[in-house]
Design a binder for this molecule. Sequence first.
Ligand code: GAR
Length: 192
Amino acid sequence: MALLTGSNKKNVAVFISGTGSNLKSLIKFSKLKKSQIIIKLIISNNSKAKGLQYANIYKIKKKVFDFKNTLSEKKVINELKNNDIHLICLAGFMKILSKNFINNFKGKILNIHPSLLPKYKGLNTHERAIRNKDKYSGCSVHIVNSRLDSGRIISQKKVRINKFDTPKTLAKKILTKEHKLYPAAIIKALSL
Ligand code: GAR
């Protein structure tokens, strides 16, 4: 499955729901010479998402949609098509996209998830890894398909869990790794 090729920079939309630290790292990556992407659009389902500040700081177009029904999703699809978006990066986006939406961008939606998939799909990944006394957790970037957190894995990064870790400390350690993993995974995905 070829995602994208070519030497021209590809237009990317980043979807967020909250803090947006991954968004910030993707914006920084997009500004590097070696990066093949331009972040053209930031989309959120949450008008109060802290990460929306980066749209103002970096002068990137932002849009908020509630994603509550087909009509709202249709508006998002139109926005993406009007902006010639080739790749969608979900970065802390906490809504489940419909099958129809995913089919419109088949193979062109990436998600970052805070666990070593296929372990711990869904929510509360850090609590579950600690409760199960796992030695490692980590993060994964995968292609989004219609099953939750189940699409082809592009890249993963492991993080050691120590006996003093709490869900909070583990989340923080993993987030730092996410900021490196996502740009690397984009480079890899664009070369597939
Ligand atoms: C990240 O840890 C990301 O992996 C996770 O939310 C956090 C968002 O942080 N995503 C999910 O749990 C998706 N199921 P950020 O807003 O600072 O990028």
